[in-house]
Structure formats: structure tokens, C-alpha cells
Design a protein around this ligand. Structure first.
Ligand code: SF4
Ligand code: SF4
Length: 210
């Protein structure tokens, strides 16, 4: 998996974020606010979110920079970043923010907006994993682990990755079930239908609908 990498001090994207002033008619900020009600405009760049983020060393935009880019309406920068896909939704940032800005929730909304707008994700294998996971839960009511790994391996053109060293021992110890099993049925279908209705997405569209 190709990771984003921390931007350098001279990174032009970061300098641009520092120099610019918030713009009127900021569509990205409006969309984020409308979808989750989080007041990103209140962020004053203290950096506590970034300091606590366990994934920050691998991100191309720090969490506080994502907040700043949203304030500036820089949707291209945000949607094309690795950060929104690398974010593990651990919520450490949200818990640390002195203004109680729910950064993790904003990341979730940004992922969803990026998918809806058809932006090619910077982390295609992570997006593939999201889609396989949701597809399995939608069809079966639960995760079919073997199917997820097979789909991921085929999608990333590494057909034998983790098969002999991880998958096979787990199968032999009966920690993995070789065949798919169903659960939840009607309840799961209702849940997906409700999410689609709420967000206006198609069955395959987007991951983690907000
Ligand atoms: S902790 Fe909160 S106020 Fe500080 S930079 Fe992060 S989002 Fe902004
Ligand atoms: S929720 Fe995402 S951005 Fe926030 S601390 Fe966790 S990994 Fe970092």
C-alpha cells in the first residue's frame, strides 16, 4: 500500500493553506456542516488533533490541515488526499479537540463526498476493502472474511498475499469459516435501505454513509 507521507515545511499546498483567508460561498464547508453539523469553521489550528493522531506520520495532510482546507473550500486538495482514506476513525482527535470539533466525523463525511463526486481515491486498496466489506455485509448480513481477502488479493493483483502464512493456519485452526454464512437478513436490508434513502446513494456507492 502506498502511503501519503508527511508534507515538508516547504510543501506548496501547506503554505497555501496558511496564507489564504476563508472564502465566502464555501461549498465544501456548507456540505460538511449540512451533513454532520460539525462546526469546522471554529477550528483555530491549535494542532492537538494532529499531535494525538496515531496515523499522522503516514498522512499527506495532517488532520488540522484537513480542517483548514475545509475552511478554505479546497475540495480538490482534501478529496485527493491519502489522509481521508488512511484515517482509522479512532476518534482520538475528536476527544482531544478543545472546541469539541468532531474531526473523525468530518473525515467520514469527506470520504463519502469524495466517493459521490467520483474522485479517484489516493488509496485504492483501502477503498476496495471498504467496498468488499460493505458488499459482504449487505449480501450476507455479516462479513465473509475469506471472500474479503480473496477479493482484496485479486483486486490488488497479489493473489497469494497472506494466504499461506496467515489464511491457511487460521483455516486449519477453524478460526475462519471457508464458506459464507448468513445472518440478520431483513434487518440488514432495512438498515442499508434506510442509509440509501438518507444519503441518496446507490447500492454500490460510497463507503460508510454518514
Ligand atoms: S484540535 Fe480542534 S481546534 Fe485544534 S487544530 Fe484540531 S480541530 Fe482545530
Ligand atoms: S480519527 Fe482519524 S484523524 Fe482522528 S486521530 Fe484517529 S486516525 Fe487520526
Amino acid at each position: 500500500m502506498k502511503l501519503g507521507g508527511r508534507p515538508g515545511k516547504g510543501d506548496s499546498r501547506v503554505l497555501a493553506l496558511k496564507a489564504q483567508q476563508p472564502v465566502a460561498g464555501n461549498e465544501l464547508l456548507s456540505q460538511v456542516t449540512e451533513r454532520c453539523g460539525v462546526k469546522v469553521q471554529e477550528c483555530y489550528q491549535c494542532g492537538k488533533c494532529t499531535a494525538g493522531c496515531p496515523i499522522a506520520p503516514f498522512m499527506d495532510l495532517m488532520p488540522r490541515q484537513v480542517m483548514r482546507a475545509v475552511q478554505l473550500g479546497q475540495s480538490d486538495l482534501v478529496f485527493r488526499s491519502s489522509t481521508i482514506w488512511l484515517c482509522a476513525s479512532c476518534q482520538t482527535c475528536s476527544a482531544r479537540c478543545p472546541l469539541e470539533i468532531d474531526i473523525a466525523r468530518v473525515m467520514d463525511v469527506l470520504r463519502h463526498l469524495a466517493r459521490r463526486q467520483g474522485v479517484k481515491p489516493a488509496q485504492t486498496d483501502i477503498v476496495l476493502a471498504h467496498d468488499l466489506f460493505l458488499g459482504s455485509v449487505r449480501r450476507l448480513g455479516r462479513l465473509y472474511e475469506v471472500g474479503l481477502v480473496a477479493g482484496l488479493n485479486l483486486g490488488t493483483r497479489r493473489p497469494l498475499a497472506n494466504v499461506l502464512d496467515v489464511g491457511l493456519p487460521l483455516l486449519l485452526r477453524r478460526k475462519l469459516h471457508p464458506l459464507p454464512r448468513r445472518a440478520g437478513g431483513a434487518q440488514i436490508r432495512q438498515m442499508f435501505a434506510a442509509a440509501r434513502q438518507r444519503t441518496g446513494t446507490s447500492q454500490r456507492g460510497g463507503s460508510s454513509p454518514p
